[in-house]
Write a protein that binds this ligand. Sequence first.
Ligand code: NAP
Length: 559
Amino acid sequence: MSSATEPDYEVIVIGAGVAGIYQIKRLADLGVKATVLDTAGDLGGTWYWNRYPGARFDSESYTYGYSFSKELLNEWHWKERYSGQPENLRYLNYVSDKFDLRKYMQFNCTVEATHFDEEFNLWRLKIADGRELTCRFVIMTLGLLSTPTLPRIEGMDSFKGRSFHTYYWPHEPVELAGKKVAVIGTGATGIQVIGEIADKVGELTVFQRRPNWCAPLSNGPISDEEMADIRSRYDEIFSTCARTPGGFEHEPDRRGFNEVSREERLALWDGLYDQPGFGIWLRNFREIFTDEEANAELSEYMAERVRQRVDDPLIAEKLIPRDHGFGVQRVPLETKYLEAYNRDNVHLVDISETPLERVTESGLRTTERDYDFDIIIYATGFDAITGAFDHIDIQGVDGEKLRDRWRDGPSTFLGMFIHGFPNMFMPSGPQSGSASTNYPRGIETGVNWCTDLLEHMWDQGYIRADATLAAEERWTAHVTKMYSTMLMRKAKSWFTGYNSNVEGHEHGKVRYFVYNGGSPKYINNINVVAAEGYEGLDLTSGSGGAFRASSVNADNVSG
Ligand code: NAP
């Protein structure tokens, strides 16, 4: 039970996904009285929810796993280069059980509101089950893509068959054999699900509004020998990830696009296209992200690859994006996606020509005709990055609502703090190093940094940390400026805050969601801030309930 000066917990972490699990591990190691709250029925975040067929990593599995424990690294055998959802969820459970973290977690626990109490310097959380919990620090590990969105069309409740957003794919097996199935959406999710189910359903009809560029995943098993080799190289692998802009093993080609001949460029792309993973995107020339002409040449190369793989030239042309170049949106990686359209049972409906009008009792209606389905799959994406924050009533100093502050897009200090919302930490927040890089590499950096700051505060007797307005403005200007050179700013995607299904996000006005400077620059920036005594944060001393590392014992920790 809380008292005015003694909160229920020193730290409450919201979200038991990849970031929340590591955050509670760090806090548990310090003996901090902390808990993790999550809406879901169990841990895993993204990998708890997204159970749709074909859901898997686009990061190399061994660069996605946690790096903090040698023992864990030596124990876990990644079975595939790009591991699938069931295995990924098993991994997160294994980690949590190995380090006995489950006891700190509370599930089916939706945080509806969190308000800062200025008088006592603590956060008051309102839980959907009626409880109020208090804490000194609240750590937001809400997930970047954890608020799914559905089309705003009429009749969605009238459909008599089964329908679900891919994020809410049922836990029990869904019978697909012989069924007439619709997929709406051709982003990374749609492309995975279509490639996986095309040969398992009766008829598959894909409703595509805009095509997406995609590239082969080239997945494969990892043998015992290969895993042994990976284990022996883990230090090297993680140090490469820390050195590359994307936090992957893929390093950009440092030659200038125009320094090499067209023949050499084509030779590079021929080699990269069939390499596993993001090679064709991240091992490419750096100019493809910034230079229209370089990007156009690569895009034409990728268009030709589509034409080679899709039998029907009319369908091939429909699958080639015209409104954005290759790589300026996150590139979906696919397995037999393009070949799916060569099957007799797979049909493509271009809803940019004949838009969806409504959902009917038996299926979907476009402006052209009615379609009957047994199952409708909405692969329609997320209210990305800030959506999960908007769904909680977060109020800072003077009752200011975060939703109002971020109405036109986020502004932060280091992607981790918001001026006027003291003691609220976001290890993987908007404008942090996580969103645009190999996520777990970014979150480990963010969690370690935030935990170091907490230790510093506890050591020094600080009870409150708030970003200064000037620091927040500086950081947001830095993030904004980096967009100015990137072609991605012109693309309508979740990287820039576009979502036709969310009020205010449908017009494509750029929101500065991600840090585009790459991992090394981000890590350097936050390390400099720490080395300079947390310059940019107002740290305030005080008494009353401040946790002291020296007073820690195991009994402090509870779930
Ligand atoms: P997304 O990239 O935002 O794609 C959503 C798709 O739904 C788009 O094709 C969009 O069309 C379509 N759509 C949305 N609303 C629609 C409407 N009202 N009517 C018709 N079509 C509509 O979302 P996502 O595919 O879920 O992927 C999001 C991100 O999740 C990815 O970029 C990636 O970072 C991550 N992800 C990763 C993996 C992995 O391999 N690890 C797998 C899946 C997802 P428009 O393009 O016209 O808007």
